[in-house]
Design a protein around this ligand. Structure first.
Ligand SMILES: [Zn+2]
Length: 410
């Protein structure tokens, strides 16, 4: 009897230890321990305005700013993609030169911010950079190029942006361009143009991630067919939950998963949830849109005035924003359709991203809290917050190295 009792005693102690080791993490602990990446923000739009200080804390209620270093710290965000965004204009040699120079100036502004606050932030171009910077207690700044317009018709510009630190290019924006059709414009190339096809191949070769957010469905399928590397949708949602052409339908989600890619959930309210009818707001917005020629080709002064009048509408006819819970409905759906390995977060802060209970980067832990509430595990949340995206980054890099190796052998 006694001999039997000893093993039982040991087993009891061992299992007690195991229970003790399986620590229950709070949402805040999970959030703090995760390596977190936001794959899309338009914050550099503010860098090019002279009075914006990235190291100062801003009040979103006052100046609508969503991202700065102090609030990144509060929100536990480790890595952020800053978009060098250009809006679509004419497709002439002259316009291409102008937009290339403008995109170049945005990159200058990002680099000068990195230099100015080098004790708090650093430029990141790979997952290893993010890991290194996190250990140094610094925020990692990645660069993306939103809209392939500044490439003009010159493939070597892909390498130019890559060498300046950019790691993805969103092929187009809200209008068609020389590369492909947009999801919010008419059919022109019926997908990728011939030049667009060479852009995809060149991006694979260079190790530049292909961002399929904003592009039309046929452009998306053309990219999936052509790309040898996984692609990203840097800021998009699920069309089955919110029917908007900017979002991906289930068939596209499956194709994306098969490609090994990742969709990064956007928190722009009208992509998350169909806005309730608000005719007064609609008509006021239309008036401002007409007055400023659809915001196309405006000079700085006109843009400033347009922005002021557009934002003033919020106090006359406020809109009801979607919530974090509405946004997580998209994650639930995407996970149900393609599993946990192909989803991440790309807020679109400073480009329209905002939810009722996630106004700025300091509110990001609310997303983790909701995920925990819905039963997502620490491991799953780590994947959503960065591991999935880092896997794609590494695979894109590996494909580029493979192609370089093959071409050097020939
Ligand atoms: Zn966008």
């Amino acid at each position: 009897m006694k001999r039997l009792l000893i093993p039982v005693f040991i087993i009891t102690i061992l299992s007690a230890c195991q229970i003790h080791n399986k620590k229950q993490y709070s949402a805040i602990e999970i959030h703090e321990e995760a390596l977190t990446i936001d794959s899309h923000t338009d914050t550099p739009l503010r860098f090019t305005r002279s009075n914006f200080m990235f190291a100062n804390r801003h009040d979103p209620e006052k100046d609508r700013s969503r991202v700065d270093i102090p609030r990144m710290k509060e929100g536990g965000l480790d890595g952020i993609f800053l978009a060098a965004f250009t809006s679509q204009g004419e497709r002439t040699e002259d316009a291409y030169t102008k937009v290339f120079n403008y995109a170049s100036r945005i990159l200058d502004s990002i680099h000068s911010n990195v230099n100015r606050y080098e004790e708090q932030i650093g430029l990141a171009t790979s997952p290893d950079d993010l890991i290194r910077l996190e250990k140094q207690d610094k925020k990692a700044l990645f660069i993306g190029v939103e809209n392939g317009y500044p490439l003009g018709e010159n493939l070597s510009n892909i390498k130019y942006f890559y060498d300046r630190g950019a790691r993805y290019i969103t092929l187009c924006h809200t209008r068609n361009n020389q590369i492909c059709d947009s999801s919010t414009d008419t059919t022109e190339h019926n997908g990728l143009s011939v030049f667009g096809e060479s852009v995809v191949r060149e991006m694979n070769k260079t190790g530049m991630m292909i961002d399929v957010s904003h592009i039309s469905d046929s452009s998306f399928y053309d990219v999936i067919r052509l790309s040898k590397a996984p692609v990203i949708a840097s800021h998009s949602c699920a069309r089955a939950i919110c029917d908007h052409p900017r979002n991906l339908n289930d068939h596209m989600l499956k194709a994306l998963a098969e490609n090994g890619g990742v969709i990064q959930l956007c928190i722009l309210s009208s992509y998350v949830k169909k806005p309730e009818p608000n005719p007064i707001r609609d008509s006021l917005q239309q008036t401002v849109r007409d007055k400023f020629r659809g915001f196309r080709d405006l000079n700085d002064e006109e843009m400033k005035q347009a922005r002021k009048e557009w934002y003033a509408i919020d106090s006359i006819a406020p809109r009801k924003l979607a919530t974090v819970s509405d946004a997580i409905d998209h994650i639930d759906h995407i996970v149900e359709v393609i599993g946990i390995d192909h989803i991440g977060i790309g807020t679109d802060f400073d480009g329209g991203g905002e939810l009722e209970d996630c106004r700025d980067v300091s509110d990001l832990p609310n997303i983790t809290k909701e995920l925990v509430k819905r039963g997502y595990t620490k491991e799953e949340i780590n994947k959503i917050w960065g591991e999935n995206f880092m896997r794609v980054m590494r695979e894109v890099e590996a494909e580029s190295l493979k192609q370089l190796e093959v071409s050097s052998r020939h």
